[in-house]
Design a protein around this ligand. Structure first.
Ligand SMILES: Cc1ncc(COP(=O)(O)O)c(C=O)c1O
Length: 377
């Protein structure tokens, strides 16, 4: 028998009385599949008869090594990652990649080209400017970052071309992989839509994503890099930031984010049980359609993004009368729908509807928006 837990009892009072889980529209850290959380809960004290929580395991022990290997295997399977690509499980968030990419990929060159479609690609540019001569190959700034530019003016002697395939704040998504000169590495920040749809990895030099949206908990960053692009890090690159060294050490040059990797592994298993990324894409198209169809029919709510470039994952919208924003958010919260406030840099609302958001959550949101419009429109 375990002795009674001396920690403070868990407070039972909560605003949402009749539901076990709320609908969480956060842009990240974001909703995770209930099945994954429940499995992690079941295994919290004893992972498969080891008598240990995964958090307590040595990253070099055989138990954790098997968890890490399985996670990589499943991710490779889900994305059909070719064998000449390395998969790295790193830390520092997508933000560290903004610097790590030029440090590793300039490979003696001095130029890098960037496409700017919103807040995240702007940040990537700012960070890269410390390392190289950055040229903006295309931008949608002329229309307040509400579309994805297809014409890119790329320099032939650039070391690589970087873009953000889904701008989480503006809700702009590239639905096709842009075509560039064959021998130039295409680098993508896919943080907020990775695993929401199939992706042809072979078209990229490097793909990176912070985990806290469609992959798992914050603290883990996934990098998928073509092997021939590694091994050319600039002098002074910290060891843990050198892709080649990390790949050679199976991402364990230092202690990796072990628990986050374990949860990511469970998410990969969950995705496989859902039918993989093709099935995920179908579900995501259907969920996004529900919301955009309503927005297009509404005279009270509005989404500013060009129709062809709207994100399936992050749906920003405004109310006709911003004075009602607070009332809208409070009413949603009462019904168990949270984190709908838009990013502080743009205001309005944003519904992030990642893989783990059930269609029922989107239906409930649309139904609430209809009612709200009828009352205030
Ligand atoms: C597209 C995109 N890139 C980069 C980042 C930064 O990620 P991190 O906070 O993991 O550094 C985010 C964070 O939300 C993002 O949405």
């Amino acid at each position: 028998m375990r002795p009674a837990n001396p920690l403070q009892p868990i407070p039972k009072d909560r605003p949402f009385t009749d539901m076990a889980r709320i609908f969480n529209f956060s842009a990240g850290p974001a909703v995770l599949p209930e099945e994954v959380l429940s499995r992690a809960g079941d295994e919290i004290l004893d992972w498969r008869g080891t008598g240990m929580c995964v958090m307590e395991m040595s990253h070099r022990g055989k138990e954790f090594m098997s968890i890490a290997a399985e996670a990589e295997k499943d991710l490779r399977e889900l994305l059909a990652i070719p064998s000449n690509y390395k998969v790295l499980f790193l830390q520092g968030g997508a933000t560290l990649q903004f610097a790590q990419i030029p440090m590793n990929l300039l490979a003696g060159k001095t130029k890098a080209d960037y496409v700017v479609t919103g807040e995240w690609s702007k940040k990537a540019v700012k960070e890269a400017q410390a390392y190289c001569d950055v040229h903006i190959a295309a931008t949608s700034e002329d229309q307040a970052f509400t579309y994805a530019p297809k014409q890119w003016n790329v320099r032939p002697d650039t070391a690589y071309v970087h873009y953000c395939s889904n701008e989480t704040i503006g809700g702009v998504e590239f639905h096709e992989v842009p075509k560039i000169e064959k021998n130039l590495p295409l680098v993508v920040d896919a943080s907020s839509h990775i695993l929401s749809r199939p992706l042809d990895v072979s078209k990229f030099g490097l793909i990176y994503a912070g985990a806290q949206k469609n992959i798992g908990p914050a603290g883990l960053t996934i990098v998928i890099v073509r092997e021939d692009l590694t091994g050319k890090a600039q002098k002074g690159t910290p060891t843990v930031m050198d892709y080649k060294l990390q790949a050679a050490a199976d991402s364990m040059l230092n202690t990796p984010a072990t628990y986050a990797m374990y949860i990511a592994g469970l998410v990969f298993k969950w995705l496989k049980t859902q039918g993989g990324l093709a099935e995920m894409e179908k579900q995501n198209i259907a969920k996004a359609k529900l919301l955009y169809d309503f927005l297009d029919a509404s005279s009270y709510f509005k989404n500013p993004v060009a129709k062809d470039d709207r994100s399936r994952m992050n749906v920003p919208f405004t109310l006709k009368d911003a004075v009602q924003d607070d009332a809208f958010l409070k009413g949603a919260e009462k019904l168990g729908m949270v984190q709908l406030k838009g990013h502080r840099s743009v205001g309005g609302m944003r519904a992030s509807i990642y893989n783990a958001m059930p269609v029922e959550g989107v239906r409930q949101l649309v139904s609430y928006m209809k009612e709200f419009e009828a009352k205030h429109g």
